[in-house]
Design a protein around this ligand. Structure first.
Ligand code: ZN
Length: 103
């Protein structure tokens, strides 16, 4: 994995998220053979992404988990991949495209 690229995207997404959705992003192994997850301790969302992934897969996993933080952080319904999540995912992908363009 190209860590600088992953970390650049992580910083970009943190800047884009609303202040009410604080996140902490870690490259860490995730239990139960998952490649990433998003949990909350009540104040901050913790996103973990498996460091053994390739760059593109790691970035894709990060986008997915940030979309969870965004949907739950904005008091979305307590569902995993419903309509509210898909709306959040489109928002996060628009931020990703801005990052690809260097904005
Ligand atoms: Zn998910």
């Amino acid at each position: 994995m190209e860590k600088p690229k992953f970390q650049s995207l992580a910083r970009h997404l943190k800047r884009k998220l609303p202040l009410g959705v604080p996140i902490s992003i870690r490259l860490r192994r995730v239990p139960r053979r998952r490649i990433g997850d998003c949990t909350s301790d009540g104040t901050t969302f913790l996103i973990r992404v498996d460091p053994s992934l390739g760059t593109d897969e790691a970035c894709g996993t990060l986008l997915h988990e940030v979309a969870h933080a965004l949907s739950w952080g904005l008091d979305g319904p307590d569902e995993d991949h419903g309509e509210f999540f898909r709306h959040a995912e489109r928002t996060v992908w628009s931020w990703y495209l801005a990052w690809l363009r260097g904005e």
